[in-house]
Every structure is written in C-alpha cells, then in structure tokens.
Write a protein that binds this ligand. Structure first.
Ligand SMILES: Cc1cc2nc3c(=O)[nH]c(=O)nc-3n(C[C@H](O)[C@H](O)[C@H](O)COP(=O)(O)OP(=O)(O)OC[C@H]3O[C@@H](n4cnc5c(N)ncnc54)[C@H](O)[C@@H]3O)c2cc1C
Length: 586
C-alpha cells in the first residue's frame, strides 16, 4: 500500500479544516500538512451557510453580552471557559478574514454591518449578504493556496484512524479516483469532518454530512459528547428541507399561523411589535429550540397551514420591500421561487422546522484535544463545548475559525513536545487490517440488505422517535431498531464491485458512520431524563440541574448499544438561571 508521510493530517477541508491548516502553515512553514477531503474543499457544507458569523464589534455590545447570550441560549450546558475563549477570539478572527479578503456587507458609512440573530440580544452577526458561508470558505480556500506546505488530497475518503501504543499516528483513506487505499502516516491528526444531519430524512444538511469524522474518533475509543442535542431550524422549505436563513427574521420577517397570528407571542416570546423597521424584538428572534417547539404545539392545535408536503407556518417578508430583499436576502428570494414557486416580495413563504445542526460531537477539551494522544478535533464534528444544549445561530461559523485555529496550534504544540515516533511496521500492519476490512465488503454475496433500504429505515426511526419532542418509550424503540439495523448492516452487499469512483462503496461506508452516530444520539437521549434546550422529553418536561447539569459521553461498543458516562460542565461565572426571552432585543 502506498504510504504518504505528513507531520499533521487534517480530515476535512471545510471552514474548520482549512482554518486549522492555515494556522499550522503560518506557525511553522516547515511542517508538512496533509489536508484530506472526500469532496473538493469548496463543496464542503460551510459553503451553504447563509446568515453570518457572530463577533462583538459595535460600541453598544460587549464580550460579556455575547458570553451571556451564548451560555443562556445553551441552557447552561456550555463549558464557560470555552465560551469565554470563543467570544474573546471571535472579533479578531472576523477581522483577520476581512484582511484575507472576505467581502463583509457594509453600513452606508463603510463600517462592517451586523444583523440581529436568534437568541442574540445585541446585533453582532457579521454577514456577506445571505451567502456568508460561501464567502468565508472561499476566503479561507484562497488563503490556503499560498502555503506550499499544505498538500491537498481532494476526493480521498478517510476510513479509519491508525492508533498504536496509545497514540493516533495517521489514518487510512481511499483515493476515490482509483479506488486504492493509502496509508497517511502522521504524527498528529485533526478531525474536522463536519456534522451528521443526514441521519434525519428532512434536513438542511448537504449529502456529505454523514458523521464520518465523529465515527472515526468514536470507533477509536474517543467518546461522543452531548449527542442527544440535535438542533431543528424553524424555517426550512417544506418541499426540500432547504434552509431559509434566520437572517430572514433578523431583517424583520415574521412567522404567522393559518389565522395570520404571530403565534410566538403565545409561547413566552412576546410582546408583539409593529411591523416595519426596526423590528429587533424577541418574538421571531427567539432561540431556535423554542421557536421549533412552538411550531410543534401549534401543529397539535391545528393552527398550521396545510401544504402538499405537510403542515407549515408562513414566513412573511413582504413588508421588507423588494429593495431590501434583493440587497440582503437575494439567495432566499431565488430559492423560494425555485423550490416553492413563491416570491417573498409578493407572498408569505411556507416553512417548517428541519434538522439542522449537531450540538454534540467528539469530546475535546478547550484546546481542541481529545483524550487520545495526537488526536484533535474542531468544527461541527467536535463538542468543545460552546453550544451546550442549543446553539445560537451564527456561533458555528465563528467556532470553526476560533477552534479550527486552536486545533492547529495545539497539534503543533503536541509535535513540539516530542511524541515518540512509533513503529512503521506496527502502523503498516494496522493499515493493512483496515484495507482488509474494506475489501471484505466486496466479498459479501447473497445478502438481502441494501444501503438504500437500511438508510431509509434509520432516517424514519430518527424522525419518529428522536425529533423535536421525545419520550422514553419512543427512544427505547429507536435504540432497539438501530441495534437491529446495525446487525443487518453487517450483511449489506455491494452492487458495484469496481474500483473507480465506487459511490456504492462510499455510501455503504457512510451508512456505517451514520448508524454509529444515530445510536449515540438515541442512547444519549434515552439516558437524559430531563428537558433542556433542544432535548425535550414529554415524560420529563422540566430541566433537572440536580441530576443532569452534566455532559453525556457515549462510548463505542462494538456488539451492543453505546456505554454511557458523564462529565462535569465547566461553570466560571454564570450560574444556571431561567431562560427569559419575553423582553426585547436592542
Ligand atoms: C444550510 C446551512 C446554513 C448554515 N448557516 C449558518 C450560518 O449562517 N451561521 C453559522 O454560524 N452556522 C451556519 N450553519 C452551520 C455551519 O455552516 C456548519 O456547522 C459548519 O459550516 C460546519 O463546518 P465544518 O468545517 O465543521 O464542516 P464542513 O464544512 O461540513 O466540512 C466537512 C469536511 O469534512 C470532509 N469529510 C467528511 N468526512 C470525510 C471522510 N470520511 N474523509 C475525508 N473527508 C471527509 C468533507 O469533505 C468536508 O471537507 C449552517 C449550516 C447549514 C447546513
């Protein structure tokens, strides 16, 4: 097997992976960096982000406000030292991006424009129209091109981490063009593989978000933290799940039920405010968990608008006027017309909650280090944790930058500490074993299970039992079903046995990752007998700080359901309190 040598291997070339690569290349030009991605970097999901990135910049705002909004928004499950680091580094990172060429939208006086975002009580979301992720990723990608030490391995699919003598020493990856397996030997590895929204059938997430990065670490013995917290975004298009950014509401759009009522005022997010500018009151800018939950209740009351794709609420932006919509929300207008046949300038757009973001992920400390020596993680696949039980919109793009950089620097410090080099023979043997496991997939025959069939059953299980509201009974059924699917997965047979761009093989591997992530979500949710943030249990409707003010840790267990454990939440200055969104934004 061909072996590629690197000092640091990074799995993932989205926002977090690229930022980590740049940090390493800047810090030490002599380091050899391998940047591995199953798609071309600009096709990473970061490209799809619309609304913007949070960072304090205006005179009436402060780091303390950003900290308090984030910790309260996360229902006090955030590690507060990590949040302090996030808010402090955020403006520096966003200004750095500006210097690298990111075209942030401007105020008429030329200063950087910010917009209101859900759960943020001050305006601090930097944006580039409604294509913020595209511009951020493009800026990072073009910046990365200036460093000869960053070697890209585009369209390489990472299959396993190589762990020898208690340290992570690289990975195996399939070169998709040839179907050949490669060993990538590295002294440190950073996982930046993104989220796992594809375990749900109705999601804003691109097809590549199958939780591979999480599964790689999980199978290597690193726990997945807080996996029960899955964010539903309130405003997806019912036809496709495509996201209409929270910026629609940040700019002043309102949510209506079938009676034309701004129903959020009935769910502790009032008072109702007059239409027109400025409309920076809580209402539609409540946090995502609360707004999605309100939809569920309105649906039970029969207050939603029926569409051919199921019940929806209406997102009304007509009062913003064509000029503002074209300037600030051009993509939203395009997508509403393309996918729903509705022009937001003239008509309200039907929307409904849609699975969007994983708050949980690979357990790391504030330095982005995992418990496995030599392994680091950043971005949506990681849980550091700044998002707690509910992420505030626009904190994720910032997290990619702040903790992507941090992961790069921590990996460098690890190398400087002089970890032993390990044995080539041992890592070679582990790589061969990983290759044999993939080859074994080609040998199977006579199996009746298909990737498509199992994936569908998995998604239905998650939608039915692990959605906005959950019960112990439903989660128990989900755990049983997922365990059954995992057993049946062992009998999946490939239809395509060729080598070149074998998407059948890749989808089978991705399904394996998704089943692992789905099991971690269901088991963690079943074990948390309280309601907090995005995890709402109908059978345990209250938050229970006495028993559950702690992070869940799910450990991989080959034969059975995950083993659960817990660890403490870091509290520095904000004691758990009541989340109050009844007042106004400023
Ligand atoms: C539609 C949408 C809009 C959003 N809008 C916003 C917003 O406005 N503001 C905000 O803060 N957040 C937003 N988010 C969330 C945010 O965009 C994501 O959480 C973030 O971009 C994830 O970045 P990442 O670098 O962690 O991963 P990604 O950008 O998803 O990149 C993952 C990388 O990992 C690679 N990879 C994965 N598995 C493998 C494997 N097995 N082998 C090799 N490579 C692999 C992929 O090729 C890819 O390069 C949005 C999310 C969505 C879906």
């Amino acid at each position: 097997m061909e072996t590629i040598q690197a000092d640091v291997a990074i799995i993932g070339a989205g926002g977090a992976g690229l930022r980590a690569a740049i940090a390493l290349a800047e810090a030490d030009p002599k380091l050899k960096i391998a940047l591995i991605s199953k798609v071309y970097p600009m096709r990473s999901h970061t490209c799809a982000a619309e609304g913007g990135a949070a960072g304090v910049i205006k005179a009436d705002d402060s780091l303390e406000h950003h900290f308090n909004d984030t910790v309260g928004g996360g229902d006090w499950l955030c590690d507060q030292d990590a949040v302090e680091y996030l808010v402090q580094e955020a403006p520096k990172e966003l200004i750095r991006l500006e210097h690298w060429g990111c075209p942030w939208s401007r105020e008429p006086n030329g200063s950087v424009a910010v917009r209101p975002f859900g759960g943020m009580k001050k305006q601090r979301t930097w944006f580039a129209a409604d294509k913020s992720g595209f511009h951020i990723l493009h800026t990072l990608f073009q910046t990365s091109l200036q460093f000869p030490s960053i070697n890209r391995f585009d369209e390489y699919y990472a299959t396993e981490l190589i762990v020898d003598d208690g340290r992570c020493r690289g990975l195996t990856a399939i070169e998709m063009r040839s179907g050949q397996m490669r060993q990538i030997q590295a002294r440190a590895v950073i996982i930046a593989g993104g989220g796992a929204g594809r375990i749900f059938p109705f999601t804003t997430n691109g097809a590549i978000k199958t939780g591979d990065g999480m599964a790689l670490a999980y199978r290597a013995g690193v726990p997945l933290k807080d996996m029960e917290f899955v964010q539903y975004h309130p405003t997806g298009l019912p036809s496709t799940g495509t996201l209409l950014t929270e910026a629609c509401r940040g700019e002043g759009g309102v949510l209506l039920n079938k009676n034309g009522r701004r129903f959020l005022q009935d769910y502790g997010m009032g008072p109702e405010t007059p239409l027109g500018k400025p409309v920076f009151k809580t209402m539609e800018l409540g946090p995502r968990d609360r707004v999605s939950q309100a939809f569920w209740h309105e649906q039970k009351k029969g207050n939603m608008v029926p569409t051919q794709w199921g019940d929806a609420m209406l997102l009304d932006m007509r009062h913003l006027g064509e000029k503002t919509i074209n300037e600030r929300l051009p993509l939203v207008r395009d997508m509403s017309i393309s996918y729903m046949g509705v022009d937001p300038v003239t008509d309200p757009v039907p929307v409904r909650p849609v699975a969007h973001y994983m708050m949980g992920g690979i357990h790391t400390d504030i330095r982005a280090a995992t418990r496995l020596a030599g392994l680091f993680a950043a971005g949506e696949c990681a849980c550091v944790s700044i998002n707690g039980a509910n992420r505030l919109g626009s904190n994720s793009l910032t997290e990619l930058l702040v903790f992507g950089r941090r992961a790069g620097l921590s990996a460098m410090e690890y190398l400087q500490s002089g970890p032993n080099a390990g044995s080539d023979a041992a890592t070679g043997a582990l790589a061969n074993a990983a290759q044999a496991r993939v080859r074994a997939l080609f040998q199977r025959s006579g199996g009746k299970e298909s990737v498509v069939g199992l994936r569908k059953e998995m998604m239905q299980t998650m939608e039915q039992h692990a959605g906005i509201y959950r019960t112990g009974e439903g989660l128990g059924a989900a755990c049983d079903k997922l365990a059954e699917l995992r057993r049946r997965y062992a009998r999946v047979e490939l239809q395509d046995k060729t080598n070149v761009y074998n998407t059948d093989l890749l989808q089978a591997l991705e399904l394996g990752s998704m089943l692992d992530c789905a099991q971690a979500v269901a088991a963690s949710a079943a074990a948390r007998r309280e309601s907090r943030g995005a995890h709402q249990r109908l059978d345990f409707p209250s938050r229970d700080d006495k028993n559950y003010l702690k992070h869940s840790l799910a450990y991989y267990n080959r034969a059975e359901v995950p083993r659960m454990d817990y660890c403490d939440v870091v509290i520095t200055k904000s004691q758990p309190g009541v989340r109050d969104y009844s007042g106004g934004h400023e």
